[in-house]
Design a protein around this ligand. Structure first.
Ligand code: NAD
Ligand code: TYD
Length: 356
């Protein structure tokens, strides 16, 4: 390995997914003297097209592996001797966790444990310049009432199998810090949106359905709140927490940008009508209220004042800007969307939305 690239050996898991691909690109281009290893099993959500532009960079390496395979993970850690791990690989969709919870335990809990075990084995108690950075979600806190915000000290109260599996993995990371002195940081972020997001999540699903003139399936009455953050702002926060976060602490990351689903959907419809040169109201007419998601969390909103005060992070992209950039990306990349909605996506869609 060339000396000039060996300053840090960082393993990033889940780098072929939505957020991971933006983190990989940021690290590979911003830090040419780091070796970046992208470990990903390429599940339905993993797509190497997301990082095609950097695949030939000298400081980038791809490892196809499943984090549930403890033996393989240990062998890869022995071979490459990583100094740092940024762990994003996960099953990430709430609706899928409702119909198939076990894989969420396998990947999100056991997979995280396997990575920490492998790190402890190669680091052998020498934790200088070592870090396990666990990427988590605000959904671990459960749901808010009409007022208030999630802070780093809010009690965990997960309501979906997805958020329960993320909460369990957060607890294990913290426990490994206390019990084995594993150096760690955890960040809990709000809902992300942006290019390359799989069209099972609200914003890309609705963009794709509007393009195709398909029904927009709104769960319940649509009066559920989420706090939206542009994915590149999350990647920048991860960069800061990785380099400057305090050992054994957690950071909440959010957009200071709370929207009720139905208002967001109407805004998206307006933007899409303009972009597609359709008559105003055409997309809104596709809205259909359907049976609610079981255990649907009413409201998420993050207090991101700790990361702001300690590390100087704040979102840089306004929601209007970010939404337009996102819509433009999907309109300019029909090939990407066509490839991901073929095959197993069709079956998922039929089952989830009852053929509407
Ligand atoms: P994603 O579903 O788009 O991507 C997940 C990636 O992990 C895929 O590339 C997939 O192939 C890989 N993966 C899944 N199972 C694996 C396994 N067993 N072994 C190896 N790789 C595997 O997810 P995302 O939305 O990019 O989320 C990334 C992380 O950020 C997750 O940990 C998620 O909990 C967290 N997060 C997401 C959001 C959000 O709004 N999307 C918000 C906060 C936190
Ligand atoms: P989602 O993107 O699945 O993120 P999360 O549930 O992790 O916050 O959903 C965001 C919001 O949009 C959530 O309140 C559920 C709602 N939603 C719908 O109304 N219809 C849909 O088809 C989807 C996927 C989500």
């Amino acid at each position: 390995m060339k000396e000039k690239y060996s300053e840090k050996k960082i393993l990033i898991t889940g780098g072929a997914g939505f957020i991971g691909s933006h983190v990989i690109r940021l690290f590979v281009t911003k830090y040419p003297n780091y070796q970046i290893f992208n470990l990903d099993a390429l599940t339905y959500a993993g797509n190497l097209e997301n990082i095609k532009d950097i695949e030939n960079a000298e400081n980038y390496h791809f490892l196809k592996a499943d984090i549930t395979d403890a033996g393989l993970i240990k062998a890869l850690f022995q071979k490459h001797q990583f100094d740092h791990i940024i762990h994003l690989a996960a099953e990430s969709h709430v609706d899928r966790s409702i119909s198939n919870p076990k894989i969420f335990v396998d990947t999100n809990v056991t997979g995280t444990l396997n990575l920490m075990e492998a790190a402890l084995e190669i680091w052998q108690g020498n934790f200088e310049n070592k870090l396990f950075y666990h990427i988590s979600t605000d959904e671990v806190y459960g749901t808010l009432g009409e007022t208030g915000l999630f802070t780093e000290t809010t009690a965990y109260s997960p309501n979906s199998p997805y958020s329960a599996s993320k909460a369990a993995s957060d607890h294990f990371v913290r426990a490994y810090g206390e019990t084995y002195d594993l150096p760690y940081v955890i960040s809990n972020c709000s809902n992300n949106y942006g290019p390359n997001q799989f069209p099972e999540k609200l914003i890309p699903l609705f963009i794709n359905n509007i393009i195709e003139g398909k029904t927009l399936p709104v769960y319940g009455d649509g009066k559920y709140n989420r706090d939206w953050l542009y994915v590149l702002d999350h990647a920048k926060a991860i960069d800061l927490v990785f380099h400057k976060g305090k050992n054994k602490s957690t950071y909440n990351i959010g957009g200071f940008n709370e929207w009720q689903n139905i208002d967001l959907i109407k805004l998206l419809c307006k933007i899409m009508d303009k972009k597609l040169a359709r008559k105003e109201g055409k997309s809104e007419a596709l809205i259909t209220f359907i049976k609610d998601r079981p255990g649907h969390d009413k409201r998420y909103a993050i207090d991101a004042s700790k990361i702001n005060a300690e590390l100087g992070w704040k979102p840089s992209v306004t929601f209007e800007e970010g939404l337009k950039k996102t819509v433009d990306w999907y309109l300019q990349n029909p090939g990407w969307i066509e490839a991901v909605v073929s095959g197993s996506y069709k079956e998922y869609y039929k089952e989830q939305y009852n053929g509407i």
